[in-house]
Ligand binder design. Sequence first.
Ligand code: SF4
Length: 242
Amino acid sequence: MPSKFDPEEIRRKAEELESASLSEVLSWAWEAFGTRAAIGTSFQGAGLVVMNEAFSNGLNFPVFTIDTGLLFPETLDLKASVEKRFGITIEPLVPEQTLEEQAAELGPELWNTKPDLCCSLRKVIPLQKKLSTLDVWITGVRRQQNDAREKTKIVELYHFDVLRDLYIVKLNPMAAWSRDEVQDYIKKHDLPVNALTARGYRSIGCQPCTRPTASGENERAGRWTGFDKSECGIHTFLGSNI
Ligand code: SF4
């Protein structure tokens, strides 16, 4: 269960850190919360930057990823490369149902019929369970990724469990970074990348819901083509930043 921290103190700190550097934000999280802060990654470029910056400075946050069972083999290869590079084990958050169980109960290829439900079952609920054990969730969200993310703050506070009056801090230390800045950092530090990037994929999620994007499209335009959907729900289910 998350510890009870003072929301007022977090709000004050949020103002102070809004213009802080990546390393300053991560150092604060480590000093204030230690391993009750964890990095959640889907192995996009920004997440790789966060991990490199943390681990090269001795900030040994736990890391988790949501493994829907529908990730590209290239993404799973990258997970193995990242674990080797940093000498860590990344915790996979898995849905309650296997794909077969889901298909038997809700029909085959739920992503083609009810993608919101599919994302909820395979991503949001596993994440909710994980967050209920943490104080801080560290993400790689960037404002530039799409319209829905342009108001992202570096430090956000959510009333995670209203009944138990528990909060979670969502830390978005990459919020102000551009895609070019991320790519430059990755090259400079020779970080492993998803092999799909060279084939035109700029935002990489589950196989059935991801396609390469053309120049001129926003980074997340290759997700859920054919549906009025640009977010899986993991960055929206918490409601409003308070
Ligand atoms: S991204 Fe697609 S396949 Fe993955 S959980 Fe969401 S709807 Fe299902």
